[in-house]
Design a protein around this ligand. Structure first.
Ligand code: PLP
Length: 418
C-alpha cells in the first residue's frame, strides 16, 4: 500500500518547515482525491442515482472542501454556520444535505426556502417544520433520522427509534400534517465502524421501512441517506493491533448496505455522508523535536491540543528528517508542548534514536483534528496542501498570529475610578 506522505523526503520535510512553519498540518491531495474517487466510483457502479455528500465537520478546511466539490461531492452540514459555508463555496442548495440536532428557526426557514435536503432529528424540529409548511401553504419535504440498532453501540440520542415503535408513530403523525411531506429516510450508525454486519443490518432495516411506507401510504421516497461511519486507518489504543489499517474497501461496504435498498427502491437517490473514511488518511502533522527529557523521552512542538485524536488512536508516526534515519528503532515517548501533565502524544512510538531539531511526521490525522484544534497556550498551526514531491505546496490555512487571537477579545471599560 502506498502511504500518504511516503514521498516526502528528508529534504522535502526540511523545506516544508523552512518555507512554511513547524508544527505544520499537511493534507495530501493525491490521497484525498483517490479516496473520494474510490467511494464515488463504487457508488456509481451500483446505482445511477447516488451521491457522496462530504461531512463538513470532519475537516472544514475550505480548500479541502473545494477540492471535493470540484470532484463532484455534495455537502453534508449540521449547523447554520456550515450551511452558510457550503453556500459561500458555491454549492447549490439542492446539493446540500442539512442534518443535525440543533437547527435554529432561521436555519429551517433558510433550508426550506432554498430547497435543500433536510433530515429531521427530533419531534420538536418536525413540529416547527410543520408550522413553517402551514404558513407557506405547501408541504415541506423532510427526511427523518432512524435509530435502527438495539445494541450498546447504537447512537440513540439522535433520531427516532425504529424498534420501539417511536419512528413509526412519528411517521403516522407526519401523514396527519398538511405542512409536511415525508421525503426521505436517514441513518447514521456512529463512527469508526469496521464491522460491515452493522451496515448490512442497517440496509435491511431501512428497506423494511421503505416497504411499510409504500404499503401503508403509497409513498415513494426522494432519498435514502445511509450516513457515514466507516472506520479510518489508525487502530484504537484499546485494540491489540498496532499496524495501520488499509482504507476500508468502498465496494465491500456498499455491497453490504445497498442491495436490500436497491431492491425495494431502485430509483430513489442514495446519499452517502462519509467523513472519517474520506479524509483521515490524507491528513498529517509535521513536528519538530524541541527538547530532551532523557531516556527516549522527547518534547515536540505538537501536542494534544492540535491532535486531539491521539488519545484514542495509535496514529502512525515516522522520523521525517534527522541525523539517524536508519538507526535501530526504540520505544519512544513524545511529549507535547503544553503545560498539561497528560500532554503525551504517544509513549509507544517506534523510532530511531532522536536528536533535537529532528522532524517527525504523524498521519491518519485528517478527521476530527483540524476541526477540533484549540489555541491552548500556543496558537493553532497552519496547514499546507502537499501536492507531491517536486510540486508546489500551498497554504490551506495560515498559522494563527497574535492579532488573530486578539480581535474577538474585549476588555470592559472600568465601572468607575477611585
Ligand atoms: C449525520 C452524520 N453524518 C455523517 C457523519 C460523518 O461520520 P464519519 O466521520 O464517521 O464518516 C457524522 C459524524 O458524526 C454525522 O453525525
Amino acid at each position: 500500500m502506498l502511504h500518504p506522505f511516503d514521498d516526502i523526503s528528508p529534504a522535502d520535510a526540511r523545506a516544508l518547515v523552512r518555507n512554511f512553519a513547524s508544527p505544520l498540518y499537511l493534507i495530501c491531495e493525491r490521497t484525498l482525491r483517490t479516496r473520494f474517487a474510490e467511494l464515488k466510483n463504487a457508488l456509481q457502479r451500483m446505482t445511477c442515482n447516488g451521491t457522496v455528500a462530504y461531512s463538513y465537520k470532519t475537516n472544514p478546511l475550505h480548500g479541502l472542501i473545494n477540492l471535493l466539490h470540484q470532484d463532484g461531492a455534495w455537502a453534508e452540514v449540521v449547523s447554520g454556520h456550515e450551511y452558510q459555508l457550503a453556500k459561500s463555496l458555491g454549492v447549490p442548495a439542492q446539493q446540500i444535505v442539512f442534518n443535525g440536532p440543533a437547527k435554529s428557526d432561521e436555519d429551517l426557514a433558510n433550508a426550506v426556502a432554498d430547497g435543500c435536503i433536510l433530515n429531521a432529528d427530533n419531534k420538536a424540529e418536525l413540529k416547527r417544520l410543520a408550522a413553517l409548511g402551514a404558513t407557506l401553504k405547501r408541504p415541506v419535504p423532510v427526511g427523518i433520522r432512524l435509530v435502527v440498532e438495539r445494541s450498546d453501540e447504537a447512537w440513540g440520542r439522535f433520531g427516532f427509534d425504529w424498534h420501539s415503535g417511536e419512528a413509526w408513530r412519528c411517521i403516522e403523525w407526519i401523514y396527519t400534517q398538511p405542512g409536511l411531506r415525508l421525503a426521505g429516510l436517514h441513518c447514521h450508525l456512529g463512527t469508526n465502524i469496521r464491522d460491515l454486519e452493522r451496515f448490512r443490518h442497517m440496509g435491511i432495516t431501512m428497506a423494511e421501512v421503505v416497504v411499510q411506507l409504500r404499503s401503508k401510504f403509497g409513498t415513494e421516497l426522494d432519498w435514502l441517506d445511509i450516513g457515514g461511519g466507516l472506520a479510518g486507518i489508525s487502530p484504537r489504543w484499546d485494540e491489540s493491533r498496532s499496524e495501520v489499517y488499509a482504507p476500508m474497501c468502498a465496494e465491500q461496504y456498499l455491497q453490504a448496505v445497498l442491495p436490500p435498498l436497491l431492491e425495494v427502491a431502485p430509483n430513489t437517490r442514495i446519499i452517502l455522508e462519509p467523513g472519517r473514511t474520506l479524509v483521515d488518511a490524507c491528513g498529517g502533522l509535521l513536528m519538530s523535536v524541541i527538547g530532551e527529557r532523557g531516556d527516549h523521552n522527547w518534547i515536540v512542538d505538537g501536542g494534544i491540543n492540535v491532535s486531539p485524536t491521539v488519545r484514542t488512536y495509535r496514529h502512525p508516526i515516522r522520523l521525517a528528517a534527522g541525523g539517524n534515519l536508519n538507526g535501530r528503532q526504540v520505544t519512544t515517548r513524545l511529549l507535547g508542548s503544553s503545560c498539561m501533565n497528560h500532554d503525551c502524544i504517544t509513549d509507544q512510538a517506534q523510532l530511531p534514536p532522536l536528536h533535537k531539531d529532528d522532524l517527525l511526521l504523524m498521519h491518519g490525522l485528517g478527521a476530527y483534528n483540524l476541526s477540533r484544534t484549540v489555541p491552548f497556550i500556543h496558537l493553532r498551526p497552519g496547514c499546507v496542501l502537499w501536492r507531491g514531491a517536486g510540486q508546489m505546496s500551498e497554504w490551506l490555512r495560515l498559522p494563527e498570529q497574535f492579532a488573530d487571537s486578539q480581535y474577538l477579545e474585549r476588555i470592559p471599560s472600568p465601572l468607575g475610578t477611585l
